[in-house]
Ligand binder design. Sequence first.
Ligand code: ZN
Length: 483
Amino acid sequence: MKLFTAGFSHETNSFSPLPTSKRNFEELMIRPRTGKGMDRLKDAVGYADFIRLGEESQMQVAKSLYCEAQPSAPMNRKDYEEIRDEILADLKAAMPVDMVLLMLHGAHVAQGYDDCEGDIAERVRAIVGPKVPIGIELDLHANVTQKMLKNATALMACKEYPHIDFAARAKDLFELCSRAARGEIKPVMAKFDVPMLGNFPTTREPLRSFVDETTRMEGKDGILSVSLIHGFAWADFPEMGASVVVVADGNVDKAMSLAETLGRRFFNMRDKIKSPLQSLDQALDQAMAEPKGPVVIADRSDNAGGGAPGDSTYVLAEMIRRGLKNVALAMIWDPMAVQSCFDAGVGAVIDLRIGGKTGKFSGQPVDVTAKITALAEKPRQFVFGAEAPLGRSAAIHVDGIDIVLNSIRQQTFSPECFTELGIDVTKKQILAVKSAQHFHAAFAPFASKIIYLDAPGALSTNYLQYPFKRMRRPMAPLDEVTL
Ligand SMILES: [Zn+2]
């Protein structure tokens, strides 16, 4: 049996001030044909699992490229088509194949393409024909379209937020598609649209139990897979939003009926499952009043993992204004400030302008007199086990506040963002992190408390401040919706 696999992943924010080109995908680009990036194969979760599982099953594995970039604005058309066409050319060269497994995101937009995953699935289907199973693994922040449903055999999203289960879902999808390729099952899919926007951590009840309940349905009574898909809110096109996708064995009515039942329950719990958000004032008051640190404050509005710049200054400016001591913040994406720190050297005290440079959602730059406490050429953090380089980074100290500045834009996933720059996370009263939920996996084990912050920024839940033109309405919580 011959497996074809590839990955091309981007979560696109229609309102991000940061344009996206092929260059951004060099952050994690693996081209097995030339050997490029193979030393980082283990960091391409999902895709690396497809390859390993195929080889372990004695399949012939045709490996096309894998690439991903930080969330940002829609990708430029020419670059999108170039990468897509490279994957399609590899597929044509590999034909005939018995199954196709793709690691995509589900909310990838390029100029001229609202739905890159649907576009890729349609072109792959045209090459392999109607019978070959096409399995697509998605992020649960996907906006699932009719084109994806029509052309894929099985869409399967991660179940967990934080997304700690990409490898487990890759295995499920590999097994499902292998069985389909052997003719043991006939997967059919149905989707129920859930008209809501929101941020829904699976670490909290009642969503935790709901996810577990839907997982237990899999493998029984003809149900092959259930995906609760949260949608990606900052995507301005009609098919955006949450959904439930069910894959059943041969019975599409059964798939539809379950998708609808679960979709209605998902919708009805929307107010109970969203992150409990606090204002900046509330968050800092509460964090400083806690008897013991570290309190982790998640600045979800400047989460680079959702397309925000990662250089907003609202939290930092308020910490300085309040004169807070023994607090730390990571990371402000500011390559220019990092360069100044490297030029000045460890121990130097310099005047520095940090953050607030990228766009209107970043706030004002902050001018500080900073002591440079650490410099690192190649620090890294861990993303559910995979390694993510932070780029050249600096730690500075400003009157009681430790600040990490870095040069490869990304959200704060793990404490190494602090510790690699010499900051002891266990001794701080507050750790402010720029992340919506993925930080939770690595910070929750030692945090004394976690506070989700709704500061101003590019990913505020005040959705109406963004110039949506094509969103489907009505949509909760913006409108009254009866379902
Ligand atoms: Zn996601």
